[in-house]
Design a protein around this ligand. Sequence first.
Ligand code: NAD
Length: 513
Amino acid sequence: MAIVEPIPQTSADEPRRLLLRNTLNNEPIGEIEVQAADAVNAAVERARKAQPEWAALSVDRRASYLRRVVKIVLERHENIIETVIRETGKTRTEAISMEIFSACDAVSYHAKRAPKLLAPEKKSLHGVMRFMKKLTIHHVPLGVVGIITPWNGPFILAINPVAQALVAGNTVILKPSEVTPFSGQLLAEIFEQAGLPEGVLQVLMGDGQTGAALCEAAVDKISFTGSVATGRKVAEACGRKLIPCTLELGGKDPMIVCADADIESAAAGALAGAYMNTGQYCCGTERVYVVDSVADAFEKEVVKRAAELRQGDEGESDVGAIFWPRQMEIIEGHMADAVSRGAKVHVGGRRNPNLDGLFFEPTVLTEVDHEMQIMRDETFGPILPIMRVKDEEEAIALANDTHYGLGATIWTNDDFKATRLAQRIESGSVCVNDMTVTYGCLEAPFGGRKSSGVGQVNGENGVRGYCHPLPVIVDRFKGKNSRSFYPYGKKKEDGLLKAAKFLFGTALGRWIS
Ligand code: NAD
């Protein structure tokens, strides 16, 4: 079974085409033409032409398009749900919560906050300079932004950066994943329906070739969400061109269950963290460290709850499909490696034999260790490996024993302890008594450390990250001071040294400076 299949070309000049199949039943769902470098460059040129007029609109006017988009998303919700399910196989509940609800929340949020966030900021200068100059920081758009997205949240992971880049005054070229291109196409339709001027948002179909061409094109920033391996290539391309990029990459998020945790809540949270979106969630729970004294109770509760989860291709279901075969291969590889090294399977552990589509059963493993891939590499599947630890110190050491650093969760009844532990975890964010919900907390900067990424989406850095913070410094005396700049000489040098000694060498001076 393949979800993305190349369609044989009849001649070498013919554009490459890909056939897409439904992950639930292998039925064809459509074709796309892979856009080559020429098409990408032409799109960038159109975007470049459209940008000044778009940037000249007030932030509030640009935000008004986003408000219209939210209205259309709500009106066309069935269309979006159907498209997302058809190309991912996620559950209907997840299509609504992750794609519709989160999309409306994110776009409304940016539309509402952007005018304040992008307003010019007056700053008081330090020391004596405050009497001589005025500083204002203007958030000016970067220009044309390329946005490259993955398949696990095809609508939300595209609409969120697109909304931020647009409201900041950029024009945008979106390259959605070749595994989920139709959500990207739908997004383009929705923005068009909202009346967005031509050339302001263009969506290009294609695979890695198109993504690579976009990185090489004359764009001013790349916002990339995807794997670590591709993220490195994107960073290299942007580095060569000296353009900024944000990289939102993979993770291997740890969950720490302390001895004083509420075991029922922690078990429920572990399941949600590990199985939401069938585990194909960048900051899903990929490994659990539970303190010995509560490990029996925790494991028992997890196993009981996991065994009750429903998986199916129709009707109500809790755990959906794997979105494409490449991911299934990784999941099965990690599973086989863990079992061969002594992991114990309590629930699941295999493809669902009762379903035709790409379904892997929600799985609980114990007796795992850091020799196993399941504890080291991103699995991105519905597997919950649980490792017992002596105490919280060991849990922290193991949580940090990874090159990833996206999210983490800590379960305890002691918020102060949780905060202390959180600061010792090398990850982009930490949630306490919750699964990783940082992406939905739009005020929070979301991004990874170590190999999990560079830069942040959301938070103030999100929208502002699509701008250059331009300091405009105005002399209060209309430039008259420059008349005394030259000539240099002993008198000036003595004066400067005297001023330095006063400002940095006396209590009064330090107070002023
Ligand atoms: P991927 O890296 O294979 O592909 C991501 C996108 O990059 C796709 O659109 C693809 O066509 C494009 N691409 C491929 N080669 C390229 C190249 N050389 N240059 C430019 N673009 C190229 O990732 P994926 O398998 O689609 O997504 C899954 C990964 O994404 C997981 O590792 C997951 O953790 C991560 N992810 C991270 C976040 C986050 O916010 N940190 C969110 C969601 C997913």
